[in-house]
Design a binder for this molecule. Structure first.
Ligand SMILES: *Cc1c(COP(=O)(O)O)cnc(C)c1O
Ligand code: SF4
Length: 428
């Protein structure tokens, strides 16, 4: 797989006709945030005649507004002056810290222990599901500009937060029979060779009968469908899925699709069919982001196409408060509008996508809509998943706010006495 990052990315953009002014922006933003595209994204997905407004270009290429203006100017001045590498690196590291690299402390929080030892690279937040970050799976075939895990692609230190030994996973799960689902995530676990993936997955089939579902969170269907078709160990991957299904497990490819175009190529269609032929299922999810998919008809088309291809729409996420969120973020009110309009455009079979959902510290918060509560305009919310299972499914309110973009910007209703945060334990 050929891929382009740093200077090669600049060269690619130049070769495909992007103007010099843009190339400078690309270098400036690319000195702070991670970017990488592979040949499939460059040749099959991006419509260069529509760039820079093309949604896949917006998804994968830098834009100057991804940095706060002062950060952009600072980095641009250094680059224009030909500052030495070391100075650039220090300035970039400082800039990265200004972009909330660890939203909700996702890697530090919910880390379980085994025999008194922290298992960095496991996350056990909700009783039934454990997230695994295998150390060999901490990159992706291409990068999404909006990635909430971008920090791990720019700093080696982050990789300490990955799990090295499959025996630690199995060991933990043997002691936690309440865990029914294991979700391999990253980066992208499909970046791992099948042989490596097998070392993680196979012991679960043999040693942990309590684990009923293997989920693989991946954007490989969108970014590198050859992983499932003509790639060197694609067939072996299909055998792995088959053996997990034969062992009575549910195998779920949790596919990340940001735009309907990602579902249109010959290659992705073949990949989807091959995965289905193993008995595995595919569920689809993505964040709703400006410049890429902030358009109800894009979501309707995407969900409808997914249903036709046998894929179940699962979550529509709200963009997290990190990295390039100035560029990609949308007010919750707008997210709600887009979700509602998109849902109205499809039949019930495509309405299995829940959203908009914020994966926040206390849990996964769904925004159901707005309502008048005691004469005051309010957001109606509930937890789909929560740190405390008893919070799930109890509607709660927050003051309507047309600018709010994230859970922690929400405020209580002033008059009604209804609380926000919704439960006393949360307020503490
Ligand atoms: C979303 C999520 C899960 C899985 O939740 P489901 O609703 O079962 O898909 C598990 N752990 C964490 C930390 C999550 O964010
Ligand atoms: S595929 Fe997922 S982990 Fe990789 S860059 Fe995109 S959002 Fe981030």
């Amino acid at each position: 797989m050929k891929h382009y990052a740093n200077e090669r990315l600049a060269q690619l953009a130049q070769d495909r006709g992007m103007p010099g002014e843009y190339i400078r922006d690309l270098r400036v933003v690319g000195s702070v945030l991670p970017f990488k595209v592979n040949e499939y994204v460059a040749d099959e997905l991006i419509d260069w005649s529509a760039a820079p407004d093309d949604p896949i270009f917006r998804l994968t290429f830098p834009h100057r507004d991804m940095l706060p203006a002062d950060v952009f100017d600072r980095m641009a001045a250094l680059l224009d002056a030909g500052a030495p590498r070391d100075e650039l690196r220090r300035a970039a590291a400082a800039a990265q810290l200004e972009l909330n690299p660890h939203p909700g402390d996702q890697l530090e929080a919910n880390v379980p222990t085994l025999d008194g030892r922290r298992l960095d690279g496991l996350q056990h937040k909700y009783a039934e599901t454990v997230l695994v970050f295998p150390s060999q799976g901490q990159t992706c075939h291409s990068y999404c500009g909006y990635c909430f895990r971008w920090a791990q692609f720019v700093s080696q230190a982050e990789l300490r937060q990955a799990l090295r030994d499959p025996a630690d996973l199995t060991g933990y799960l043997v002691g936690h029979p309440e865990v029914t689902d294991v979700l391999f995530t990253g980066g992208d676990p499909m970046i791992m060779r099948t042989e490596v993936l097998r070392r993680w997955a196979e012991p679960l089939l043999e040693e942990t009968p309590s684990v009923r579902t293997l989920r693989f969170g991946t954007k490989a269907l969108a970014y590198w469908p050859a992983r499932f078709t003509t790639g060197p160990d694609a067939d072996d991957l299909m055998r792995l899925f088959e053996s997990a299904v034969a062992a009575g497990r549910h195998v779920a490819v949790m596919a990340h699709f940001s735009h309907p175009r990602e579902l249109e190529t010959e290659q992705v269609r073949t990949a989807i069919a091959r995965i289905h032929a193993t008995g595995a299922v595919i569920r689809a999810q993505a964040p709703l982001v400006a410049h890429v998919n902030d358009d109800a008809s894009a979501w309707s088309r995407m969900w409808q196409t997914q249903v036709e291809l046998g894929i179940t729409p699962y979550y529509m996420f709200v963009e997290r408060d990190t990295g390039a969120r100035n560029y990609f973020g949308l007010p919750l009110v707008r997210a709600l509008e887009i979700y509602n309009e998109a849902v109205r455009g499809v039949s019930g079979l495509a309405r299995t996508a829940r959203g908009p959902v914020m994966s926040a510290g206390p849990g996964k918060v769904m925004i159901h809509g707005t309502a008048a509560v005691g004469g005051e305009k309010a957001f109606v919310l509930s937890f789909l998943q929560a740190r405390r299972p008893e919070w799930v499914g109890r509607p709660f309110f927050a003051a309507y706010d047309e600018h709010a973009q994230w859970y922690d910007e929400l405020k209580p209703l002033s008059a009604s006495g209804a609380s926000f945060p919704p439960f006393p334990e949360l307020a503490a």
